[in-house]
Design a protein around this ligand. Sequence first.
Ligand code: NAP
Length: 213
Amino acid sequence: MDEHTDVQFKSLSRVGIMGGTFDPIHLGHLVTAEAARSEFKLDKVIYVPSGQPPHKKGLHVTDKKRRYLMTFLAVSANPYFEVSRAEIERPGETYTIDTVRYFKKNMALGSELFFITGADAIFEILSWKNVDELFELCTFIAATRPGYNLGGLRKKLSTELKGRQLEKIIPIEVPAMAISSTDIRERVKKGRTIKYLLPEPVENYIHKKNLYK
Ligand code: NAP
């Protein structure tokens, strides 16, 4: 990825990376990013749609350019949000460590990086590539749905992570996370409405391109 063609973040001191497949992006993601921005006083949240997720081999995932475009449509009105092409342009499987290294390399010394994603994804973090280095480079913000078994997440992680690593996973509860991409895809397939679950331009794009049928 040519750093000059991507989002510029050299002047920022607190950056949130919003990592996800975003198939499609919905209001739960937007509320999560805004909650993280406000609670952690982030200068910007940069959405990074995944390229080829290694944990989704064999599953159908919408073309990365379309997921990028939907993400762009969803966030372009918010000056605190940006979308990065870092993962969709990187060949091969998408590992978070490569993304975090890319961001760190392009950020000013002393700046802080936060990786925001769903708690279910974080639950699997022990199997992620270069997990120790990931903890060195960033803090994780884990978005949970109301009623999520936080105790279960803590218990699993506390048996395997060192104290300092555990402190670098911070859960936040997001009411709008009751919305899910899986549910939206199923609703479209069954011909049910998705209105108000995601931004209107994204809804229009899904219908225009006949996605999830
Ligand atoms: P996923 O398995 O599709 O999603 C797990 C759960 O988290 C779902 O409930 C999902 O809800 C939710 N979620 C995903 N992204 C979210 C976000 N940004 N904010 C709030 N909730 C979110 O996870 P994924 O989207 O493919 O992966 C999440 C991130 O972890 C990506 O950046 C991915 O690259 C990274 N990851 C890295 C590795 C690795 O480096 N080895 C392995 C796995 C994942 P929705 O379906 O509604 O989004």
